[in-house]
Design a protein around this ligand. Structure first.
Ligand code: 3PG
Length: 390
C-alpha cells in the first residue's frame, strides 16, 4: 500500500478523506477525538506544500437534500482552531475548488451528493478529477465502499494511505496477527446478534474472551442460569454454546460472571443488589458484573500479553452500574500488555474513566474496527492495496 509519506505533495492538489463524523450537542462538537486524530495528517500535507482539500461525511443525511443539521460547518470551525488557520467550508465543490499551496479548504458533507452511498462511478470520477493525489485517511469509514472512500481511490491519479489509516491498520494487525499471549478480548454491549460474527471469529484467536452487558446475559442463559428480566437473546443460546465450545477446544475460556449487580429498573434511582449469579430474581435485570467477577477480570488482565477492548461490561452511563467497566478500564490502564480499544461506547468509557493516555492504541473506528477484528477485508483499504500492485 502506497503511503502519503512516500509521495511528493509539494504544490499538488491533495484530496484527503477523513472520518470527521463526530457527535454533537447543542449544535457544537461534543467529542472531538476524530478531528484531533486527523490533525497530524493534515499538518504534514500542509507542511509539504500541498493544496489541501479535506472531505468527510457527517451522520446519515438524505442524499440530494443538504440540511444544516448535517453541515460540516462546526467541524471546519473546530479544525480551524486546532490548526490555527482559516479552514473555509466549500459547499459546491464537485466542479473544482480554489486552494493555494499550504492552504486548506473543507468540502461540505460528501453524503449530500447523490450517488455517494451507491459508490456511483461518475461521482467518484468527479472527486478524483479534483486532485493530483488522493489520501485515504478515514479508517472509521474504510468498511464503506462509497464514492468518497473506495470509488475515488480507483480513479485518482495517485491514491495512497494517510498516516492515521496506516497507523490504525498497523496497530490492529499487531494486536491480532501475532499477538503477545495471552490475548484477552473484551466484548461488551447489548446484543449478541450485532456482534455474532465478531464473537465467532474471536473464538478462533482469543485466549480469554470476556463478555459483558446483554451479551454476557445471553452466555449466562446458555450456560443454564436464570437471568430474570435481563436483556438477552433466547434465539442465540445455541450460537453462544457453539462459541463457548470452540474457544474451550482451543484451550481458551469465556470467564462468565459469578456475581452480578441486579436491579428492577435501569435508572439512577434504582436499588442495586449484589447477587450470586444463581440468585437473580425473576423481576430483576443484570446491569453490571459483581465485585468477585471484577476482581477476577482484573487478575486476567494483569497477566495479559495483548488486550483488545470493545464494549462496556454494564450500564456504565449510570454510575451505580458502572463499577465493572470502571475496574476494567483501570486494569487496562495499569496493564503492561499492548492494549487496543475501539467503538463509540468504549471511547465514552475511556473518556469517563480518564484512561486516554494509558491505552496503547485507541482506534477511531466503530463499525470499521469491528469488521477489521472480524477479519473482513475493508474495501477502501483493499483498493489501495490493489492499486499498489499495479
Ligand atoms: C462511524 O461512525 O462508524 C463511521 O463514521 C461510519 O459511519 P456510518 O455507519 O454512518 O457509515
Amino acid at each position: 500500500m502506497l503511503k502519503m509519506e512516500d509521495v511528493d505533495l509539494a504544490g499538488k492538489r491533495v484530496l484527503i478523506r477523513q472520518d470527521l463524523n463526530v457527535p454533537f450537542a447543542n449544535g457544537e462538537v461534543s467529542s472531538a477525538g476524530r478531528i484531533k486524530a486527523s490533525v497530524p495528517t493534515i499538518k504534514a500535507a500542509l507542511e509539504a506544500g500541498a493544496r489541501v482539500m479535506v472531505m468527510s461525511h457527517l451522520g446519515r443525511p438524505k442524499e440530494g437534500e443538504p440540511d444544516s443539521e448535517h453541515s460540516l460547518a462546526p467541524v471546519a470551525r473546530y479544525l480551524s482552531e486546532l490548526l490555527r488557520m482559516d479552514v473555509p467550508l466549500v459547499t459546491d465543490w464537485l466542479d473544482g475548488v480554489e486552494v493555494g499551496e499550504g492552504e486548506i479548504v473543507m468540502c461540505e458533507n460528501v453524503r449530500f451528493n447523490v450517488g455517494e452511498k451507491a459508490n456511483d462511478e461518475a461521482l467518484a470520477k468527479k472527486m478524483a478529477a479534483l486532485c493530483d493525489v488522493f489520501v485515504m485517511d478515514a479508517f472509521g469509514t474504510a468498511h464503506r465502499a462509497q464514492a468518497s472512500t473506495e470509488g475515488v481511490a480507483r480513479f485518482a491519479p495517485v491514491a495512497c494511505a494517510g498516516p492515521l489509516l496506516a497507523a490504525e491498520v498497523e496497530a490492529l494487525t499487531a494486536a491480532l496477527g501475532d499477538p503477545a499471549r495471552p490475548l484477552v478480548v473484551i466484548v461488551g454491549g447489548s446484543k449478541v446478534s450485532s456482534k455474532l460474527e465478531l464473537l465467532e471469529s474471536l473464538a478462533n484467536v482469543a485466549d480469554q474472551l470476556i463478555v459483558g452487558g446483554g451479551i454476557a446475559n445471553t452466555f449466562l442463559a446458555a450456560a443454564g442460569h436464570n437471568v430474570g428480566a435481563s436483556l438477552y437473546e433466547p434465539d442465540l443460546l445455541g450460537a453462544a454454546r457453539l462459541i463457548d465450545r470452540e474457544i474451550r477446544n482451543r484451550g481458551g475460556e469465556i470467564p462468565l460472571p459469578t456475581d452480578v449487580i441486579a436491579a428492577t429498573e435501569v435508572s439512577p434511582e434504582a436499588h442495586p443488589e449484589v447477587r450470586p449469579v444463581s440468585e437473580v430474581e425473576s423481576d430483576e435485570m443484570i446491569l453490571d458484573v459483581g465485585p468477585d467477577s471484577r476482581d477476577r477480570i482484573a487478575r486476567i488482565l494483569q497477566d495479559a500479553g495483548t488486550i483488545v477492548w470493545n464494549g462496556p461490561l454494564g450500564v456504565f452511563e449510570i454510575d451505580q452500574f458502572g463499577g465493572g467497566t470502571h475496574v476494567l478500564a483501570r486494569a487496562i490502564a495499569r496493564s503492561e500488555a499492548f492494549s487496543i480499544a475501539g467503538g463509540g461506547d468504549t471511547l465514552a468509557a475511556i473518556e469517563k474513566y480518564r484512561i486516554e493516555d494509558d491505552v496503547s492504541y485507541i482506534s477511531t473506528g466503530g463499525g470499521a474496527f469491528l469488521e477489521f477484528l472480524e477479519g473482513k477485508t475493508l474495501p477502501a483499504i483493499a483498493v489501495l492495496e490493489e492499486r499498489a500492485k499495479g
